[in-house]
Ligand binder design. Sequence first.
Ligand code: NAP
Ligand code: GFB
Length: 316
Amino acid sequence: MAEIVIMVTGSSGMVGHGIQLALEEDKKPNEKWIFLSSKDADLRDREATKLLFEKYKPTHVVHLAAKVGGLFNNMEYNCDFYTVNNQMNSVVLDLCKECKVQKAVSSLSTCIFPDKITYPIDETMLHNGPPHFSNYGYSYAKRMIDVNNYVYNDQYGCQFTSIIPCNVFGPHDNFNLTEGHMMAALIHKAYLAERDDQPFVIWGTGKPLRQFIYSVDLGRLIIWVLREYPEIEPIILAVDEEDEISIRDVGELVIKAFGYKGEIVHDISKSDGQFKKTASNAKLRKYLPDFKFTSTKQAIEETVDWFRKNYETARK
Ligand code: NAP
Ligand code: GFB
């Protein structure tokens, strides 16, 4: 069987580690996986990135590298989120074309869908209106990946596709209290609340709703998309709609995982961001009707356990 070389950009992050953990029980003898981080090259630099393609000669690319952040980080740096991601994505996908990569899988996000939309969201709605104001920079850069996938296929026959994960969390996330996503930030806050006997503060009202996918489950699904998914159109990788959960309920699962019995405080001076972005995984279920997601409760417990053991070295 022909060897395939899979180059994963942005693999030192949370989702990249999810793939590596998932591969531990799903290796194939003819697959050679190359895991890259920004230390290998700044993917905004075409010449440096071209050297990586020449060195590894990938037949497949999983493009995860991105400037990524939570609501509050996005609100403050929309220009950076747009320019950095747009530069990286253009360089990587054009080199995939130039180096005749057989298949490329990039990542979008359910937060980039139109803000005014009907629910549940599905893959056909991606460009049906402007995204939420809080992260329009990131959203438009990510939507251009989808446009790139179609124009490279139309003109060059490239097989480029993308995944649309809901909110992801897990080991190796960015636990920084202001830059990070909510789940990672709440885990860090609960750690400090327990250690320093201080209140556990949830920003906003706690009423917004989110779907959460565990990074290891997402890793399993990305491996499947790379190996089996045949379409150019993106595919939503989200837990079932009925597993959508409020921020407040997530906070309660987090402090329960720590055994913290102290006070929960809501800082309503902070924004709630999007109220909901309920996404349908019907397309995924059509392909993988029996896929089993890790429960959010169990995934939180495993991530809290990881964070306690790795507090000194975790990104925070
Ligand atoms: P992450 O933990 O922040 O990792 C980001 C990765 O990108 C790191 O490996 C980082 O390398 C690399 N990177 C950043 N800038 C780079 C540059 N200029 N050149 C080369 N590499 C660069 O992010 P993540 O949460 O794993 O997200 C991975 C992908 O999933 C992203 O495309 C993101 O949009 C998508 N996604 C994430 C979520 C979520 O909730 N986290 C939801 C939906 C989609 P260093 O470690 O060397 O800095
Ligand atoms: O994960 P998050 O920052 O981003 O979640 P989004 C924000 C929601 O969690 C808001 C509440 O309702 C916040 O009020 N929240 C409560 C907190 N406590 C905290 C906290 O300590 N930190 C944070 N960050 N939020 C992101 C997009 O939207 O979704 C990104 O901005 C990305 O681009 C990501 O795509 C997946 O889920 O609102």
